[in-house]
Write a protein that binds this ligand. Structure first.
Ligand SMILES: Nc1ncnc2c1ncn2[C@@H]1O[C@H](COP(=O)(O)OP(=O)(O)OP(=O)(O)O)[C@@H](O)[C@H]1O
Length: 611
């Protein structure tokens, strides 16, 4: 409620400011520039703050939007609106090509790549005869709406701010949608996202084009506001300044874009005024002071200033608690895949082999998992269990052998293709998006069961789809006993709960086979019992489970079949009681290779059960 009031007040202020007779013209001009910068910075929030892709070259896309429309209106005499369409088309095409090439670069090569094309485009503007070389293009017509030209600053003000507010709304919606969750996974969970069928390379290109289009709209508005364009505002220094704005404002939040643009532009102007009037200094000294202020700000607020303001506001208004919120409403179930009949061979691993240089980590291992069966893959540390797991899930390429899932060869397929066929997994080291709610983390698992894309997400035309996804996520969370934590931040959960959350996320993908990598690690006794109950229940429902686990007690009580590995080779295979009595297995474990495995209590437990 309080947030709505604040937003309403802000919108009202924006709307009436130019109408108040006393508002200085300078304020309007400054607000126009803040709006134009906000559009570019909003793109950077999505690209850099959320997606983790640093770009220094956004000013060049502003230039494409500006020059395309300037050229179309001045040289060909077309309407600025057609100029907008041409600018957006040119930007989309160029960003797609540049993105497809540069986004493959990782680490510092990506920012270097963006600097390279930022510079190239700047020099292109300055050297093309038809674009007026370094003098640029003058005499650009103003934008007209319903026959009324928006020539004055106060006229175009509304158009600029409508564009900014629409972009804020669209970006905010996008982040709160199915594609948005995938985008939020790019920065720190790309590998995990691929395991849920998310094409991360595609989403990187999508946010790159999205950010470029926002910059292009800003360029179009700028060209028709200034009525002239020249290369200098589209140079690399402006690209860096946009990045500053994003970082200072708070690159993780859409409102950070507005705050950063407003702060940087106002500060620069104020410092310049102080320098010239009070200290009698002329020249670009404001940039020096500004640079120092940015360094200090980053020292104390790494995530920018918006999170500070948001936290302060939360304290004042006492924000809604995560526990108190109602669960997502009922919604039709998501499409589900056909289940195998009990006993059908779901997974067949056939003489699979993996070598790392001279080391044979997995040495021609074969085993199978049938529908409605829990198979345990056990062995001392370094036996090759995780490597086998990674070969099945497509994370590592095999050296030789075969893996069939429901009769189809899956060896060599990428992780997301394997996941799409119905193989769900959890990770040895928990891989969640800690800043996202528990519910959203699980909804990410159901990504492939819905199809709302970026446009539907941004326009909020995805609500029916979204309701089904969230309802499914809540259902899976209740199924594993985490129904009370739907809106809690995933990072706030205890490790044991995070592991169970990973199972819920895997279940949301509607898998036929679940691969669990040490699910009981770090769990307390009670939590282990709860987990065992969940897994037994899943088995009863026909789920097939392959379990890599160190806790022998847990494995012995739960599995139908055990495969024991040691030094990459299969040591034994069979029902747990049989394997447990196998002398080779006892030797491998009791030989002191692995202290974690405590066979004796497991034997006692098995005896107890038989008695
Ligand atoms: N990427 C890699 N490069 C080189 N060697 C590797 C790589 N991954 C695993 N290995 C080696 O392969 C062997 C099997 O490792 P793996 O992690 O599969 O064993 P594990 O049974 O899962 O052990 P743990 O129970 O400790 O997880 C080990 O000797 C390990 O050092």
């Amino acid at each position: 409620m309080a947030r709505r009031l604040l937003l309403g007040g802000f919108l009202l202020l924006l709307a009436v400011l130019p109408q108040v007779p006393g508002t200085p013209e300078f304020w309007i001009t400054q607000l126009n520039y803040i709006g134009l910068a906000s559009l570019v910075v909003l793109g950077l929030v999505l690209l850099t703050g959320v997606g983790g892709l640093t770009s220094f070259g956004q000013a060049a896309f502003v230039g494409i939007g500006a020059y395309a429309s300037a050229w179309m209106t001045v040289q060909i005499g077309l309407s600025p609106w057609l100029g907008l369409v041409a600018g957006l088309a040119a930007t989309a095409l160029l960003a797609f090509v540049l993105g497809a090439i540069t986004l493959r670069l990782s680490g510092h090569y990506l920012p270097l790549g963006t600097i390279a094309w930022g510079l190239s485009l700047y020099y292109l503007f300055g050297n093309m005869e038809s674009l007026g070389k370094h003098d640029g293009i003058a005499g650009i017509a103003p934008i007209s709406l319903f026959g009324m030209p928006m020539a004055a600053g106060r006229d175009i003000y509304y158009l600029i701010w409508i564009a900014v507010l629409l972009a804020l709304w669209g970006t905010h919606n996008l982040l709160d949608s199915r594609p948005g969750r995938a985008i939020r996974a790019l920065k720190s969970g790309a590998g995990m996202a691929e395991s849920f069928g998310i094409n991360t390379a595609r989403y990187k290109v999508v946010i790159f084009v999205y950010a470029a289009l926002l910059a292009s709209v800003s360029g179009w508005l700028y060209a028709h506001m200034q009525r002239a364009v020249s290369p200098s505002p589209f140079g690399l220094n402006h690209g860096i300044e946009y990045l500053f704005m994003a970082v200072v404002g708070g690159a993780g939040s859409v409102w950070g874009a507005l705050l950063g643009s407003a702060l940087v532009l106002t500060l620069k102007d104020q410092i310049q005024t102080v320098m010239t009037h009070m200290l009698d200094l002329t020249g670009n000294f404001e940039m020096i002071v500004f640079g120092v202020l940015v360094v200090i700000a980053l020292q104390y607020a790494r995530d920018g200033l918006w999170p500070f303001l948001a936290a302060g506001w939360q304290r004042v208004t006492g924000g809604a608690g995560a526990r108190g919120r109602a669960a997502p409403p009922e919604a039709p179930a998501l499409p589900a895949r056909a289940r195998p009949v009990a006993g059908e061979l779901v997974l067949a691993v056939d003489a699979v082999r993996k070598t790392f240089g001279g080391l044979v980590a997995v040495n021609d291992i074969s085993f199978g998992v049938r529908a409605g069966e829990i198979v345990g893959l056990i062995g001392p540390n370094g036996a090759g269990k995780s490597t086998t797991f990674n070969l099945i899930t497509g994370v590592l390429p095999a050296t030789s052998g075969g893996v069939h899932f429901r009769g189809e060869s899956i060896l060599g397929l990428p992780a997301r293709a394997i996941s799409a066929r119905g193989v769900g997994r959890t990770f040895q080291h928990v891989q969640l998006l800690p800043g996202m709610s528990v519910l959203e983390n699980v909804a990410l698992g159901a990504h492939l069961r819905a199809n709302a894309g970026v446009v539907r997400g941004a326009l909020r035309a995805d609500r029916a789809d979204e309701a089904r996804l969230l309802h499914e996520a809540a259902t899976q969370l209740r199924r594993v006993g985490l129904g009370e934590y739907l809106y809690e931040q995933a990072g706030n959960l205890a490790l044991g709960q995070q592991r169970i959350l990973e199972i819920a996320r895997a279940l949301a993908a509607d898998p036929v086979l679940l691969l669990l990598d040490e699910p009981a690690a770090g769990l307390r006794y009670k939590e282990k019992q709860a987990l065992a109950a969940v897994l037994s229940q899943l088995r009863t429902e026909g789920m097939s489970i392959l379990l890599v686990e160190h806790d022998m007690d847990f494995v012995m009580r739960l599995t139908n079949h055990l495969v024991v590995m040691d030094f990459g080779t299969k040591l034994a295979e069979g029902p747990p009681a049989e394997v447990q009595a196998n002398p080779a297995v006892l030797e491998a474990y009791l030989g002191g290779i692995d202290d974690d495995l405590d066979v004796a209590p497991a034997q006692a437990a098995a005896k107890e059960e038989r008695a």
